[in-house]
Design a protein around this ligand. Structure first.
Ligand SMILES: [Zn+2]
Length: 1020
């Protein structure tokens, strides 16, 4: 987007003997920068007045108005009074609305600009605001309501006033400009009235409707569900508004609906009255919202039922209501148990009460393209993310649903109470809500000892992977102009890198200081929209008061090095041989090339937590940084802990491992020297539990990733995971298997190596150990459920599942002879268990599974079964799964399609079929997904394992053809696909020989030698 500059003002500043008049200078900048939200630049000129012999500085400020979709700041919205009448059933759905927007011009103007997409303006009125209307004095029989009834039910309207010259629509910017006959004066307040029509949509953007059917044993019910999705920039599809998060207003909302349905909005209902002229239709009004941005508005019209509970703290109560279809209500038990506890935790943590008198939770009866939306006071969930079926859902499902609720409750404060002033800063909302999930769940479900932490680590590591493979450098805070750019901000970087950066920040400022800053931030900026820098400034205020830290460091500066630069650093750690440790930082080598612009000079402020074999400490204390690498001091040598004597220090350094970044305390990867890797491998072989599970998994993930980047030998990596042949370490094994599978897929063209991978991974230990970390296992490993059944002696493992046993249970399920305990065991890891069954069983089992997918299941259940079915080695069955997408008799939802096909591409037998399917059905898939970009994302996912020149040629050709057909194809994704295949080819050329020899050495050792026995194993 090009930008243009508008000169704002020029000041002449006299430079006296004391230098520039600093205060004036600073005040001007601060005022202007606040006003234009950072969109400011300046030039300075010095001139010398010969006559007076004075030196003057000429400071000129420019506002960088852009040609994007931001509205200028000449109008400030104060209040909206919205009446909305959605007709959601039948063949001509429509949305009629009337809104009064109270505005305050910041400069005199006769142009009113607002956002609007597919909004047809029918009438405009302007009047001065004499006072704020009392929210309880609505007269439902006045002209405004009669006019809307006429408009929506009869198509009639009469223009009441004509106060404008013309309306200029600007579809590119999603804006309209009303050119008024008279100017609005700066400092006065005006009420603009807009009568309009808009669309009721079929996709969940703006105001949408869903026709749903439910089947129970006796009969069926068909219903309509209507509602809004305003984030990211969809409010402009529902009402004309100033649709930016920096604008906060109050809202009075009235919704028209059939009397058989209920209307819900952000605030509690005030009154429901019949319409004057339309039988069976009602108006429901809602009390006034606090100051809030348009993207958090929500309205729903539904025939759902609800369960209710009261959340009470002292005299204050908040009504909590859980809305769903009748058959869902019994399954709200779990979420109703944890939600009040989690809300209480959040209120205590931020030291602020929840701002609204009620909080509703509602499910949409389809798979939305997101899990949930944090609308203030009215949180929306994907169909089956609110209820939990104790009989058929797993513990992982329960945790995941709790995690989503925790995230949305965190948003009620981070995002809703204090809002980011622009989309470029959205990481702070999303990162904070993701970051707090762990603490919130730990509070509400104290028995969940490991899942929250594991989920956080997985998220952070996924963000690193996203950054490693992304072809374009993406910073956390980045330029956003258009609606598409705003939409793209909701990525792994905002959510999970944001999460990782806040974890790092809390580790280095300390838990207590961090929480004080959170409370101060909430207190100071509640009901406002601000930049995340304000939070860093509060931390600086705190730290500068009484800590050593504050004198030398600056949180704002430290965090800017992470949010303003893409990717992350690798920290090298090596021993110098004389009792010292050398530490240095360098950027992770990315596929895009910084060096084309000269040397890659990115440097970070890196807090480093360190521990060692002598005093292993991975606790919270152990994650406090012992040392910093900074841009000024990127390389450092430190003594090996407080040495008693030089001789002893050297000896310690030689024999004891060092562990940096315990519990993933900083957003980095660590590359050790050879001897330290060896010491760590030995430790894992002797007793892996000395290093906690998160740190073990992180160590292994670092090692594999550094090997892919060419910085570490595979010999070293496989040494590190050799201990998995001795103990069942499920979490670390699954981390390792993810990487081994990645390598295996790139070895497909080398038959003997491909086979070798199978032999290698079969050496891993799957049987549960009965001592050691068994308590942690109980929360994680689904194999446990089987262990309760019988003492198994299994010789045929597949994906950690005993094949004979799972086949027996599946057949018992088919014949109805399965016991409740066995059924529970099967459901606990349904996808993995059924995958093994489908891979090893015959036609009969397949057909039974197919019939199961046609039953009235939750989407989560159906996706699990369909994903399991993609494990089949039979091409005919795979074809059947693909054909199902467009079957006229099966109503497969887009989310199920995406997940199933994505999973199918992991099956080597299916991969080329999947690619052909996407290629041959491109347009139909685009229509099926309803969301542009999803087909391309699916292609990217299916292409991620391609690794030879032929694949590259074919993909190049396909992308070329697609680009000719569709010029809106996202280039960063197509480039990413091609770049991914190229780097797969490079990796295979460079590494396959080495990988073959290290794998072979281990497999052959096993064949001929007695296996190594761990001393740890001997002790139990
Ligand atoms: Zn969120």
């Amino acid at each position: 987007m090009c930008r243009h500059k508008v000169q704002l003002q020029t000041w002449m500043l006299k430079v006296n003997d004391m230098g520039l008049q600093r205060d004036t200078d600073r005040q001007i900048f601060e005022a202007a920068t606040d006003f234009y939200q950072g969109q400011i630049s300046a030039t300075m000129d010095v001139c010398h007045h010969a006559r007076t012999n004075e030196v003057r500085l000429i400071l000129t400020l420019f506002a960088n108005f852009n040609d994007g979709q931001r509205i200028g700041s000449s109008l400030r919205p104060l209040h909206y009074d919205l009446v909305l009448l959605p007709i959601i059933s039948g063949s001509s759905p429509r949305l009629c609305g009337h809104v009064f927007i109270d505005l305050e011009p910041t400069t005199s103007t006769n142009v009113v600009t607002f956002h609007g997409v597919d909004i047809t303006l029918l009438d405009v009125s302007v009047e001065p605001v004499l006072g704020v209307r009392n929210e309880t004095t609505t007269n439902f029989s006045d002209d405004r309501f009669l006019q809307l009834e006429d408009l929506c039910f009869s198509g009639l309207y009469v223009s009441v006033s004509r106060v404008f010259q013309r309306i200029q629509d600007d579809p590119e910017r999603q804006q309209s400009n009303i050119i008024l006959k008279q100017s609005l004066k700066k400092g006065k307040r005006y009420r603009i009235g807009l009568l309009y029509m808009a669309n009721v949509r079929d996709e969940s953007k703006g105001f949408y409707r869903i026709n749903y059917k439910t089947n129970d044993d006796s009969c069926c019910h068909e219903g309509w569900f209507g509602g809004t999705q305003m984030q990211v920039t969809e409010a402009r599809k529902v009402l004309p508004c100033l649709d930016e998060p920096g604008f906060k207003s109050t809202f009075d909302i009235i919704v028209g609906h059939n009397k058989a349905m209920s209307a819900l909005a952000n605030m509690p209902e005030m009154a429901t009255v019949p319409m004057v002229n339309t039988r069976d239709w009602m108006w429901t009004s809602f009390s006034r919202t606090p100051l809030m941005p348009t993207y958090l508005l929500a309205m729903f019209v539904t025939d759902y039922q609800h369960l209710e509970q009261v959340y009470q703290v002292g005299d204050r109560t908040v009504k909590l209501r859980y809305w769903g279809r009748p058959e869902q209500l019994p399954h709200f038990k779990h979420i109703m148990e944890v939600t009040p506890k989690m809300l209480h935790y959040m209120e205590t943590y931020v030291n602020q009460p929840f701002s609204l008198p009620k909080l509703d939770f509602i499910t949409a009866p389809i798979d939305l393209h997101f899990e949930a939306m944090e609308n203030w006071g009215l949180i929306l969930f994907r169909d089956d993310k609110l209820y939990h079926n104790e009989e058929t859902d797993s513990e992982d499902d329960r945790f995941y649903r709790t995690q989503i609720m925790a995230h949305e409750l965190a948003h009620q404060f981070f995002g809703n109470l204090v809002t980011c002033d622009w989309w470029s800063d959205i990481w702070f909302n999303e990162g904070f809500s993701s970051f707090l999930e762990v603490d919130i769940i730990n509070h509400a479900m104290p028995n969940e000892t490991f899942r929250p932490e594991a989920a956080q680590l997985k998220g952070i590591r996924n963000a690193m992977k996203f950054e490693e493979k992304h072809v374009k450098p993406l910073t956390v805070v980045r330029q956003v102009e258009t609606a598409d750019e705003a939409d793209r901000m909701f990525d792994a970087i905002s959510y999970s890198k944001g999460n990782g950066l806040l974890l790092m920040l809390r580790n280095f400022v300390g838990q207590e200081t961090f929480q004080i800053a959170v409370a101060t931030y909430m207190e100071r900026f509640q009901f406002q929209s601000v930049n995340s820098q304000r939070f860093m400034e509060i931390l600086d205020e705190e730290l500068h008061q009484d800590r050593e830290f504050g004198r030398t460091m600056n949180v704002t500066k430290i965090m800017n090095s992470w949010t303003g630069q893409p990717s992350y650093p690798i920290v090298r750690c090596s021993k110098t041989g004389d009792g010292r440790i050398r530490l240095s930082q360098e950027p992770f080598p990315m596929s895009y090339n910084y060096s084309s612009h000269g040397k890659d000079t990115r440097l970070w402020w890196i807090p480093l937590a360190m521990t060692d074999a002598k005093r292993p400490d991975f606790s919270h204390g152990g994650t406090y940084p012992r040392i910093w690498l900074t841009p000024d001091r990127p390389t450092l040598e430190i003594p090996y802990f407080p040495p008693l004597s030089r001789h002893q220090a050297a000896e310690d350094a030689e024999n004891s491992w060092i562990f940096i970044n315990g519990q993933s305390s900083s957003y980095i990867r660590v590359l050790y020297d050879k001897s330290n890797w060896r010491l760590l491998s030995n430790q894992l072989m002797i007793n892996h539990t000395v290093i906690p599970k998160v740190s073990r998994a992180q160590l292994i993930d670092d090692a594999f990733t550094l090997a892919v980047a060419g910085l570490l030998e595979y010999e070293t990596v496989l040494d590190l995971i050799e201990y998995l042949t001795l103990v069942n370490d499920e979490f670390v094994r699954s981390t390792s298997q993810f990487h081994l599978q990645w390598m295996k897929e790139r070895s497909r063209h080398n038959e003997s190596l491909y086979q070798l991978f199978g032999e290698y991974t079969r050496r891993f230990k799957y049987e549960k150990m009965d001592k050691g970390e068994s308590d942690e296992y109980h929360n994680l490993i689904r194999l446990d459920a089987f262990d309760q059944l019988d003492g198994i002696d299994c010789h045929n493992w597949s994906d950690g599942v005993c094949v004979d046993q799972v086949l027996r249970l599946f057949r018992a399920q088919m014949t109805g002879t399965i016991t409740p305990g066995e059924k529970r065991a099967m459901f606990e890891n349904l996808e993995r268990n059924w995958c093994v069954v489908i891979r090893h069983a015959g036609k009969e089992e397949w057909e039974w599974a197919w019939r199961a997918t046609l039953r009235d299941l939750s989407s989560t259940q159906r996706i699990k079964i369909l994903s399991a079915m993609t494990c089949t080695p039979h091409r005919g069955q795979l074809k059947q799964l693909l054909a199902r997408v467009f079957s006229p008799t099966i109503d497969q939802n887009p989310h199920e399609t995406f997940k199933t096909i994505e999973k199918m591409a992991e099956n080597p037998v299916a991969r080329s079929m999947v690619l052909n399917f996407i290629k041959n059905n491109w347009e139909s898939l685009e229509r099926h997904f309803k969301r542009s970009g999803d087909t391309l994302k699916l292609l990217a996912s299916a292409a991620k394992h391609l690794s030879n020149a032929e694949d590259l040629d074919e993909m190049f050709q396909l992308i070329f053809e697609l680009q000719n057909k569709d010029n809106k194809l996202d280039h960063s994704v197509t480039e990413g696909i091609l770049d991914g295949i190229r780097s797969n080819i490079r990796w295979a050329e460079k590494n396959l020989d080495e990988v073959y020899s290290v794998l072979a050495a281990r497999v052959i050792t096993r064949r001929t030698d007695k296996p190594f026995t761990s001393p740890y194993v001997n002790t139990i």
